[in-house]
Design a protein around this ligand. Structure first.
Ligand code: NZQ
Ligand code: ZN
Length: 392
């Protein structure tokens, strides 16, 4: 196991009725003037936004809105939010929504206190050293941004989708996680969230670092929990306990606990971010295509951990070779994704003929080369993985 530092200072308020604590928690974490950031309408339709505003009014907090953040959020909305923060002397940002809303809030939070262009953080020119505090009312378990120091934004000019990770600066001060808020999720969004949280665990699981039994076993148990709870939430969207288990799994998957002491991979995310940047597909659906393709490629290049995953997560018997065991595990992962309505090929994703030259070129531009750690991938390897996503 490698040395590590781990600091996860987010306060989590989890369970029924916790949305009513929005005002109290904003005050606790220093709010006076709040920017509420939210998405395309689900929080308005469900009445959540109005209830949150009531709680802020009761706590005598001044507030204003930044509405209409879209999935795969873009830099233009971050610039807009930074302007509002400066003009209105905002001292706290409250994200009401999922990863797209939270990531926009984090970009605004870092940019509002920075003299230069906030994109410097995403292009690698600068590192965020401070930020306005961010609080979250989570409405979809998926990206894990409620507990992570990550933010992912797409630059409209050139469609560059870039992820950055800070250990502490951008972790939310608090996250309200009320599973009942997820009852309204459409089945496809629920399934996309499930694929994304599984991918966050797998990016950490597929590692060559020896002596990491505790995080291996943690990863496996969270994965098997998700696989067990997924059919329940798909069948019964208002099953509180299943929604609650999925919601907490999404947080554990990405707050860093599963990755401590080990080298992480993240090449499937790099490969997918180009797909969702260019074709504007849901990130989780993109991962349901890319991750099995990546695993198939790994089965013939570095099968040992994929075979372990097949055995411990999907109960595959050890077959004649680690490669055969690994491939059976990939087949079961694909069958699981299909069973919850996710695509596992580009065609099923709605991208009949992906422009693989473009995807690889952008990948090299945005992420450099090689990428990943489990096997260091060259552009040619990445091309082969994209091609595997075109198969069945
Ligand atoms: O916009 P509204 O109307 O709210 O609808 C949203 C959106 O269409 C809907 N939704 C959310 N909560 C709902 C609901 N619909 C009904 N009832 C509810 N309770 O769901 C749709 C997707 O929302 P979005 O925020 O985009 O989902 P997600 O949480 O999956 O976030 C995806 C974004 O996060 C990035 C992805 O790349 C993508 O841009 N990621 C962020 C990460 C991070 N910050 O740590 C890590 C991830 O790997 C990921 O890359
Ligand atoms: Zn993800």
């Amino acid at each position: 196991m490698n040395n590590f530092n781990f600091c996860s200072p987010t306060y989590f308020a989890f369970g029924r009725g916790t949305e009513s604590r929005a005002g109290e928690l904003c005050v606790k974490y220093g709010a006076g003037r709040v920017l509420i950031v939210y998405g395309g309408g689900s929080a308005v339709r469900s009445g959540l936004l109005a209830r949150v505003k009531e709680r802020l009014d009761e706590a005598r907090l001044w507030h204003t809105d930044l509405a209409g953040i879209k999935p795969n959020p873009t830099d233009d909305r971050v610039y807009e939010g930074i302007d509002v923060c400066r003009r209105e002397r905002i001292d706290f940002i409250l994200a009401v929504g999922g990863g797209s809303v939270i990531d926009t809030a984090k970009g605004i939070a870092a940019g509002a206190v920075y003299d230069g262009d906030f994109w410097d953080f995403y292009s690698g020119k600068a590192v965020p050293r401070s930020a306005l505090p961010v609080g979250v009312v989570l409405t979809i378990p998926a990206a894990g941004s409620e507990g992570s120091g990550n933010t992912v934004i797409t630059k409209v000019d050139g469609l560059h989708k870039i992820s950055i990770r800070t250990e502490e600066v951008l972790r939310p001060r608090f996250a309200i996680m009320d599973p009942e808020l997820t009852f309204t999720l459409p089945p496809f969004q629920t399934a996309c969230g499930i694929a994304d949280m599984m991918a966050h665990i797998m990016e950490r699981y597929f590692s060559n670092t020896p002596g990491v039994e505790v995080s291996d076993r943690l990863c496996e148990s969270v994965l098997t929990t998700i696989i067990g709870q997924a059919p329940i939430v798909m069948r019964s969207p208002d099953d509180y306990d299943a929604r609650a288990n999925i919601m907490w799994c999404g947080m554990i998957a990405h707050n860093g606990t599963c990755g401590v002491g080990r080298e992480e991979d993240w090449s499937s995310h790099a490969l997918e971010h180009e797909v969702s940047a260019v074709y504007d597909v849901a990130h989780g659906a993109g991962l349901a295509v890319i991750f099995p393709a990546w695993l198939t490629w790994m089965a013939s290049h570095n099968p040992h951990k994929v075979a372990q995953f097949a055995g411990r997560v999907f109960g595959v018997e050890q077959l004649a070779s680690p490669e055969a065991t690994a491939l059976e595990g990939v087949a079961r992962l694909k069958a699981f994704f299909r069973s919850i309505g996710l695509p596992v090929t580009f065609a099923a994703l709605g991208v009949a003929n992906p422009d693989i030259d473009l995807l690889v070129r952008k990948l090299v531009e945005d992420k450099g080369q090689p990428i990943g750690n489990y096997v260091r991938l060259t552009p040619q390897d990445c091309r082969e993985i994209y091609l595997l996503g075109c198969g069945d």
